[in-house]
Design a protein around this ligand. Structure first.
Ligand SMILES: Nc1nc2c(ncn2[C@@H]2O[C@H](COP(=O)(O)OP(=O)(O)OP(=O)(O)O)[C@@H](O)[C@H]2O)c(=O)[nH]1
Ligand SMILES: [Mg+2]
Length: 448
């Protein structure tokens, strides 16, 4: 089964918690802090597997979780790092963040790899927090939660050449004549239900990938027939080969079909009409009305198209067509030097966020919601049950003048403020007291 669209949820591993422990030494009443750091949570990584050609596996499992980092231990021992979870995808998979609607990456290279969700950093153990003033820190950081994302994976085949045409015009017959692809061929329309790729060798040094697509009919751009879903695979091709049935036996007018299909293409995506298009007049072995064929050929030539007469079944005229495709493809490649030689290995999906970047909104229930990646991370990593940890967090918040800013946004005493999963009651008093204290110290310094 061919699946080219899935929605999944990924959650990277949480970082392990830092540890609070102290050295036990003979004759030393209070040993120094030696709590180790938590391990890093595992990342969620998408990796191209060139043997895959569908996103089918993601239909059976929607949610993926990487391993959490282990907690730190005493004696400065680090927690174990969580294992990454590597999800294999076919080449040509495009990844979107469903919440921001942003395209995260295009895995267009056979060796492409991308971290879609980063594992949380491990919390630091108390060994880190010893200073000249604070010699026995009784707190450690909690591990950072792993990133979580809703993703839309979309497969857009990477074929150089796409075969375009109404059902039953002979697209599958053509690809099986020129490549090793063996799609089903039959008289009835919509024989081909999924795209098939084939490698076409024009000669030893010249080969390209061709895609046989399901037949497209009028209204395809609105979802009629199978067209719409598969038109997306045309988007990445560099050359289109438009196949027309000129036998006259199907009762179809090839010129009419040609215009209808191009209109569908334009309605699906305006710029697709700009792709180089070569016309192949097929089934010339059973032409019923030579005049009709000649007329079509003349008109298409006049409109500037390269036109070739072929018979996919008897293989007549295929060689000139293949050379024409190759030449057009070469020109297209020169004009659009694609990523082909670029190997995207590891791009971090998120740069380290700035603590100053946050926004605030008021919920219908009357509490305030503060959103900001770095801020949420800070709060999540703080062990709020621990006085020391809490104080550290407060100091970080003061550095960015957080409380004053909240007040300016209209937050007043007693209001509930939510940051990530944590809820606080805003106490104006406390802060004032703290500030006035700091003030006093400043002024005494000034006096001195
Ligand atoms: N006489 C003749 N018949 C052909 C030729 N090419 C294809 N056919 C026949 O046309 C019918 C349809 O061929 P397919 O290759 O399945 O057509 P398709 O365009 O892939 O059709 P869909 O997959 O349904 O869109 C089959 O019965 C083929 O044998 C040709 O050059 N000459
Ligand atoms: Mg077919």
């Amino acid at each position: 089964m061919f699946v080219d669209y899935v929605e999944i949820e990924v959650t990277a591993g949480n970082g392990g918690n830092g540890m609070v422990t102290f050295r036990k030494e003979k004759y030393v009443p209070h040993g120094g802090p030696n709590g180790g750091d938590g391990g890093k949570g595992g990342d969620i990584v998408l990796e191209v597997d060139s043997h895959l050609s569908t996103l089918l596996d993601f239909r059976f499992q929607r949610h993926y979780r990487a391993e959490n980092g282990g907690d730190g231990h005493s004696k400065d021992m680090f927690g174990k790092n969580g294992r990454d979870m590597v999800l294999k995808v076919p080449v040509g998979t495009i990844v979107h963040d469903m919440e921001t609607d942003e395209t995260l990456c295009d895995l267009a290279h056979p060796q492409a790899r991308f971290i879609v969700a980063q594992g949380g950093e491990g919390g630091r153990g108390n060994a880190h927090f010893a200073t000249s003033v604070q010699q026995a820190p009784k707190f450690a950081e909690k591990g950072e939660p792993g990133e979580s994302r809703k993703l839309r994976l979309e497969l857009k085949l990477l074929a150089d050449v796409g075969l375009l045409g109404f059902p039953s015009v002979g697209k599958s017959t053509l690809i099986s004549a020129v490549s090793a692809a063996r799609p089903k061929i039959a008289e009835y329309p919509f024989t081909t239900l999924v795209p098939n790729l084939g490698v076409v060798s024009v000669d030893i040094h010249k080969s390209f990938v061709m895609a046989d697509l399901p037949g497209i009919i009028e209204g395809a751009h609105e979802g009629v027939g199978l067209g719409h879903r598969f038109l997306r695979h045309v988007e990445r091709t560099k050359v289109l080969v438009h196949i027309l049935d000129v036998s006259g036996l199907s009762g179809r007018d090839p010129l009419h079909d040609y215009h209808v299909l191009n209109e569908e293409l334009r309605l699906h995506r305006e710029d697709l009409i700009q792709l180089p298009q070569i016309v192949a007049l097929n089934k010339t072995d059973i032409i019923a009305d030579e005049e009709l064929v000649q007329r079509a050929e003349d008109q298409l030539r006049q409109s500037g198209r390269e036109v070739y007469r072929i018979s996919a079944i008897t293989r007549k005229g295929l060689e000139p067509l293949l050379y024409a495709i190759w030449n057009t493809l070469e020109k297209a490649r020169e004009a659009d030097p694609v990523l082909e030689n670029v190997i995207v290995t590891e791009i971090k999906a998120h740069p380290q966020d700035d603590l100053r970047q946050w926004k605030i909104s008021k919920s219908d229930e009357g509490y305030w919601i503060v959103e900001g990646k770095a801020l949420e991370k800070l709060v999540a990593m703080t062990n709020v049950d621990n006085e020391y940890g809490l104080r550290r967090m407060q100091r970080s918040l003061e550095r960015i003048d957080f409380n004053n800013k909240l007040r300016r946004f209209g937050v007043s005493e007693g209001d509930t403020v939510r940051i990530g999963r944590m809820e606080f009651v805003f106490e104006d008093d406390d802060i004032d007291r703290y500030q006035s204290r700091r003030h006093r110290r400043h002024s005494t310094e000034a006096e001195e």
